[in-house]
Ligand binder design. Sequence first.
Ligand code: ATP
Length: 232
Amino acid sequence: VAAAATVEVRGVRKSFGKVDALRGVSLEVLPGQVYGLLGPNGAGKTTLLRILLGLVRPDAGSVSVFGHQPGTPEVLRQVGALIETPAFVPHLSGRTNLQVLARAKGLPDTEVDRVLEVVELRQRRNDRFTGYSLGMGQRLGVAAALLGRPKLLILDEPTNGLDPEGVASMRSLVRSLGADGTTVLFSSHQLGEVQQICDRVVVIDRGLVIADDTVTAIRDQPGSVALDLWAT
Ligand code: ATP
């Protein structure tokens, strides 16, 4: 018997006025794998991730996360997400910022130190957030998402806007989380990045899934012309 899917999406549609952001999307995320959600700007990636988090309701179709409806306590407990820049307090240290979030969740400071270690910010933990580079800020965002050891981590374009060093560091972080057994779903518009990090890739274009396979299979597909356009 196959392992129960962590995420199951069936025929999901979502329109914003005249814009059909998702036009019947189905996909499965299996436990312990790193998924890349690949697509150009406006493909519907963020909308899909927001639906999985219960922030947006689909117009049609069904979604289950760990066998439950998105946004329910059972799901929220098991999911960590970084889909927009979290509002960290600029003049407080990275560690204090995380402590505030951890305490609100009833988590001890040891959990803060654990996640700081995971994202390799331990040495800079006492610096003010204003002193962080964009990449460090993004990693602090991932650290916040990792508080409480979520089984599923959802990241919306985590490397967007980072310099090459920040990109490399975020990539190795995502890879190491995957190696530790966390299920990761992250969006990207860069094929190369997805190839380097993921076990599987779901390609979404204009609100439709146009490919869903292993990285190797996607690369070798003769019909994957569109992918070349994004391979920047
Ligand atoms: P990007 O890489 O630019 O974030 P994306 O793949 O995440 O792109 P979405 O943000 O999901 O794409 O947007 C899909 C489409 O839906 C776009 O045309 C976008 O303008 C539209 N859209 C998304 N959210 C809203 C909203 N709240 N109101 C109106 N239109 C929206």
